[in-house]
Design a protein around this ligand. Structure first.
Ligand SMILES: Cc1cc2nc3c(=O)[nH]c(=O)nc-3n(C[C@H](O)[C@H](O)[C@H](O)COP(=O)(O)OP(=O)(O)OC[C@H]3O[C@@H](n4cnc5c(N)ncnc54)[C@H](O)[C@@H]3O)c2cc1C
Length: 269
């Protein structure tokens, strides 16, 4: 389905962007991991967001999401895995589905965690970031899943359901991936499993992996005062653009990015 604006990330920045796209009368789809996996969900008390004193993270996120929903923003739960720009449209893949929009707001927060030894080397040869996309290639074979959020268990269940013998590593720290031409084994925190594929299910994807060619500085997305990046029709907001890593800054940048993206989409028509 086609939208004016697609927002990646359902935290304060993404929800603010979505609300402000709707305020400009444009359609918007928010793609995000489950709300309970947002980092702010862990906060018992957010005390520095103006007008919402002593609110818990879950209450604040729920209120923000309801506001964006009431304004007409649409939502899907999932991880954006790839994006490409063709013929004045962005195409974003989420699991096995593809969505397109005239403009995109990247509001994916901070991508934590470094790549493991062997991860880049074996990408596409036994390293995958999406069980539902690539699982059938490894049907009835031994696989590993590195899960960093509760929703990763569902992807592991999907793999078990198609006959894979799944070794699940829950939030592993030190891992290495080895093999010759293909993955043959993974070792995490001292435990080795012989597998044909490892599914690495991090909640966030580094901005430069999602958007090849995106300008970053110290891993943060470079933006101008309109929150525009160096790529056409791509705007960014919130923690992914740098500090202070705080709710109010994310909401403010989301507002600007949403308005800029809506204006960009309108100009394309
Ligand atoms: C424990 C804790 C306490 C905090 N307390 C405070 C506080 O008191 N006051 C304050 O101002 N700030 C606080 N913060 C910081 C605050 O949570 C962040 O600054 C704020 O959430 C940033 O908003 P954001 O929308 O930019 O990013 P996030 O809230 O991180 O939202 C990004 C969302 O995008 C999702 N995502 C990432 N990549 C993808 C992808 N490829 N596809 C789909 N979804 C994706 C992520 O899973 C996440 O849900 C706290 C943070 C933590 C962890």
């Amino acid at each position: 389905m086609s939208y004016d604006v697609l927002v990646i990330g359902g935290g304060p920045a993404g929800l603010s962007a979505a609300l402000n796209v709707r305020s400009r009368g444009r359609s918007v789809l928010v793609v995000s991991n489950p709300i309970e996996e947002n980092p702010l969900w862990k906060s018992e008390n957010v005390d520095n967001h103006l007008g919402m004193p002593a609110m818990s993270g879950p209450d604040m996120l729920t209120a923000m999401r309801r506001h964006a929903e009431a304004a007409g923003a649409e939502f899907i739960t999932g991880r954006a895995l790839n994006a490409m720009y063709m013929m004045d449209q962005w195409y974003v893949s989420v699991g096995t589905e593809m969505y397109n929009a005239r403009a995109v707001v990247l509001a994916a927060g901070v991508a934590r965690g470094k790549k493991y030894p062997g991860e880049t080397e074996f990408l596409g040869r036994g390293v995958s970031y999406c069980a539902t996309c690539d699982g059938m290639l490894y049907r009835n074979r031994p696989v590993a899943v590195f899960g960093y959020a509760d929703s990763a268990r569902q992807e592991a269940d999907f793999l078990s359901g198609i006959g894979c013998a799944v070794t699940y590593f829950d939030r592993p720290r030190t891992c290495a991936i080895s093999g010759e031409n293909q993955v043959q084994a993974v070792t995490c925190d001292g435990v080795t499993a012989k597998v044909d594929c490892v599914f690495i299910l991090r909640p966030a994807v580094a901005p430069t992996e999602l958007f090849p060619g995106l300008a970053v500085e110290n891993s943060f997305v470079t933006v101008d005062r309109r929150m525009a990046t160096n790529l056409p029709g791509l705007f960014a907001a919130g923690d992914c653009t740098g500090g202070p890593l705080q709710v109010s800054k994310a909401v403010g940048e989301g507002l600007i990015a949403g308005q800029s993206a809506a204006a960009f989409a309108a100009a394309q028509k």
